[in-house]
Design a protein around this ligand. Sequence first.
Ligand code: NAD
Length: 557
Amino acid sequence: MPQQSPGKALPGPLPEWFPRGMALLRDPALNKGSAFTERERDALGLRGLLPPHVSSQEEQVSRVLENFRCIDAPLQRFIMLQSLQDRNETLFYRVIVENPDEMMPVIYTPTVGLACQAFGHIYRSPRGLYVSAEDRGQVAAVLRNWPYRDAGIIVVTDGERILGLGDLGANGMGIPIGKLALYTACAGLHPRRCLPVMFDIGTNNESLLEDPLYLGLRRRRLTGAEYDDLMTEFLDAAKEVFPGIVVQFEDFANHNAFRLLHRNRDRFPCFNDDIQGTAAVTLAGVLSALRVTGAALSDQTFLFLGAGEAATGIADLLTSALVSEGLDEAAARRRCWMVDSRGLVVRSRSALAEHKRIYAHEHPLIGSFFDAVQALRPTAIIGVGAVPSAFDREVIELMARNNDRPLIFALSNPTSRAECTAEQAYSWSDGRALFASGSPFDPLEINGRRFVPRQGNNSYIFPGVGLGAVAVQASRITDGMFMKAARVLADTVHEDDLAQGSLFPALSRVREVSSRIAVAVAAIAFDEGIAGIEMPDDLNAYIQAQMYEPEYVSYVN
Ligand code: NAD
């Protein structure tokens, strides 16, 4: 497939395999639709197959936006964009890159949650690979069916914990597809280097098992050694078929997520975005908030609502950041407290899951979140429990009584699971909250003051980390890379952003952010001796040159 670089023509004559006529119009990677030029129409057998006017890409973007904006229902908007991706990939990415605030909530959270729930009902065309429990012993052969050997990143899920929506089985395929679209849109990873994988080992979701249109395996989930063996076979096969591949684990349930990460992170370039990506974006939000308050990280106490992957990942990275500011590890961990469905996570609680134990401190058991806020007087509350409205008026007013500028991060997704809305956080704290959310909220005005809340969106982090790792063929993805990514992201936030309550930069700057993170991650790979290539003379230029731009290339000189 030709590289698509801005305004450039393909070098030399078209290769033998290059499709012509209707086959070209049906190839989403090459199709330009009504933008094929007169010369291309003549040379490639297209004359008569298209309306006579030759559109510019700008006209095509306007046409897409006009249609998109006529649709009210988010799921129908998702379907419309998906069919554009199936028809004309370059135009699809152009539309997203130019309109990230409008498009990203549709191709990813929150709308992707609806799309996953309805996956079997809205399914239109294949995308990505399905590795199922029935492929045992032949996973490498399945991977070889993928048409491109230069895949760079696999995003894989087993669908057991999709966003805050639970077990959606094979319907979870919407997540790897959406995440990889973000890789291309946010960091310029070429679409051909992106491989979505559904690790379909069944589902325990009864309503899906009974749904006649469900497309996944109709069996209960594989567990234990059988699960682990199939995952090991998959990872080994991925390494063999796609040398240098990076694997991103996505939306696995706790009982598999931590084990998979810990088993594989030192032998394979892999990471878990729910744990590590979330951690980095949240640390960046905290660092931005501290630029406003002027307080030190070491003065903070964090209370999490939820004690799962996101909470543990964030607390681990906060601990590393606190240690880098001089605290010893035990003291740093004591700055992080968690409340789960059974109350405050404390030492005396029996049968705590492994990942919660290091945050189980000596303290009497407290049942409610409000009581925990009262007892611990946190400076920051971080909602990652998918419990809607858990940050109620009482909690936020108490935070505002205890702190001049309380940090209130309502990170649960989708919007229906948010712990509070932006409006609630600002209005119940007299406009003093430093707020970040997991789902987007519109700008708002309270008492004559305008607030622009921004999403603690993992898309600021994982695309840059992945791009940097792939570009230098890193053999591992380290914690240091995520810590650095958080600091780079926080550094990109302007004073003007902070003044309007934004703890993150505008999404329209995400490609700039990603390229800076990719350069920083690549530099760490060289420093740590885990890069698989020679150090380029100019790392920045090297990364920039890898970034795909969704612009048409001339096929005919
Ligand atoms: P998880 O399943 O690993 O953890 C959920 C945790 O919530 C568990 O510890 C559970 O015990 C706890 N919980 C459940 N009910 C509770 C209750 N009533 N009170 C207190 N705690 C309760 O899930 P996760 O990966 O940690 O994700 C949690 C949420 O965070 C999801 O909604 C997810 O979409 C969101 N999230 C947001 C971002 C982001 O905004 N950047 C990133 C990752 C995850």
